[in-house]
Design a protein around this ligand. Structure first.
Ligand SMILES: NC(=O)C1=CN([C@@H]2O[C@H](COP(=O)(O)OP(=O)(O)OC[C@H]3O[C@@H](n4cnc5c(N)ncnc54)[C@H](O)[C@@H]3O)[C@@H](O)[C@H]2O)C=CC1
Ligand SMILES: CC(=O)C(C)=O
Length: 261
C-alpha cells in the first residue's frame, strides 16, 4: 500500500525538495504550508509529473490547524505514515533587540509547531493495528547545525533548534514502545529564501554585503560548498524509508562538515 507523508513548510526551500524526493520515493505527499498558493503550485507540479500530492493550508503555530491538516492528509489518501515537521522561521536577533512578541512567534512556530505535529501524527499512528514490533509511523523534525553549536546573530533561532533536538530525543524514548520512530535532520547552510534572507540581514547589520553575510556562516564548511535543498532531502528520504527502521532519537547532521558531534 502507498505510504503517506505530510511535510510542513513544503511549499518552498528544503520542504519543497523533501516533498519532491518523497514523491519520487513512492510516497503520496501532503504539501502543507501557510502559503496555500505556493503549496498548490508544488502539489500541481508533482501531480503533473504523475505523482500523488495534495496541498493543505496549515499554520504550525496553531494546534487545531495542525491536527486538521494531518486529518485532511489521511482523508485524501486513506493512511498516514510519516510527518516531516519542517516549517520554521529564521530571524536574525541581535540580543538587545529581542522582544516578547518575537520570542512568542519564533517559539510557537519552531518549537510548538513540532510538538503539535508530533501529537497529530501520533493520534493517527495509534489507530493502526500493529503487528509484532513493526514500525507504524515516523516523525522527522527539522533542527539545524545551529541547534548543535550556537551560531552568531541567531539567539532565538538557535535556541529553538536546540529545543527540537531535545524534543526529538524525549519523544523517541516515549514513543518507541508503540513502534514510532522520532528523528531529526540538521542542515547546514542551504540555498533557500530563509538563508539568503539571514545572510542579507547579517551583512546589513555589519555594514557589509550579502556575500559577507553568507560567508559568516559558510566559511567553516569542510566540503567548501553551500548546500542544495536536495542534499537535505536525500537524508530525509533515508529517515522516512525502511532503511532507518532501527534508528530513533538521532539527529542526522547534513552540513558538509561544519559541526562534528
Ligand atoms: N536554509 C538553511 O540554511 C537551513 C534551514 N533549516 C531549517 O529547515 C527548515 C526549512 O527551512 P528553509 O527551507 O530554508 O525555509 P524557507 O523560509 O525557505 O521555507 C519555509 C517554509 O515554511 C513555511 N512556513 C513558515 N512558517 C509557517 C507556519 N507557521 N506554518 C506553516 N508553514 C510555515 C513558509 O511559508 C515556507 O514555505 C526550517 O525549519 C529551517 O529552520 C535548518 C538549517 C539550515
Ligand atoms: C539558518 C540556519 O539554520 C543556519 C544558519 O544554520
Amino acid at each position: 500500500m502507498t505510504k503517506v507523508a505530510l511535510i510542513t513548510g513544503g511549499a518552498q526551500g528544503i520542504g519543497q525538495a523533501i516533498a519532491r524526493r518523497l514523491a519520487d520515493d513512492g510516497f503520496a505527499v501532503a504539501v502543507a504550508d501557510r502559503n496555500l498558493e505556493a503549496a498548490k503550485q508544488t502539489a500541481f507540479d508533482l501531480t503533473t509529473a504523475g505523482k500523488s500530492a495534495v496541498a493543505i493550508e496549515v499554520d504550525v503555530a496553531d494546534k487545531d490547524s495542525v491536527f486538521q491538516a494531518v486529518q485532511k492528509a489521511y482523508n485524501a489518501f486513506g493512511g498516514f505514515d510519516v510527518i516531516v515537521n519542517n516549517a520554521g522561521v529564521g530571524p536574525t536577533t541581535p540580543i538587545e533587540t529581542i522582544t516578547p512578541e518575537q520570542f512568542d512567534q519564533v517559539y510557537h512556530i519552531n518549537v510548538a509547531g513540532v510538538i503539535w505535529g508530533i501529537q497529530a501524527a501520533v493520534e493517527q499512528f495509534r489507530k493502526k493495528k500493529r503487528v509484532g514490533k513493526e514500525i507504524v509511523g515516523k516523525i522527522i523534525n527539522a533542527t539545524s547545525q545551529s541547534g548543535v553549536v550556537g551560531n552568531p546573530n541567531l539567539l532565538l533561532y538557535s535556541g529553538t533548534k536546540f529545543a527540537v533536538r531535545g524534543i526529538t530525543q524525549v519523544a523517541a524514548r516515549d514513543l518507541a514502545k508503540e513502534g514510532i520512530t522520532v528523528t531529526a535532520f540538521a542542515p547546514g547552510i542551504v540555498k533557500t529564501p530563509m538563508m539568503y534572507d539571514i545572510a542579507h540581514r547579517v551583512g546589513q547589520n555589519a555594514g557589509k554585503d550579502d556575500e559577507w553575510g553568507m560567508q559568516t556562516f559558510a566559511k567553516d564548511i569542510a566540503l567548501e560548498k553551500l548546500s542544495e535543498p536536495e542534499d537535505v532531502a536525500a537524508a530525509v528520504s533515508f529517515l522516512a524509508g525502511p532503511d532507518s527502521d532501527y534508528v530513533t532519537g538521532q539527529t542526522l547532521i547534513v552540513d558538509g562538515g561544519m559541526q562534528f558531534h
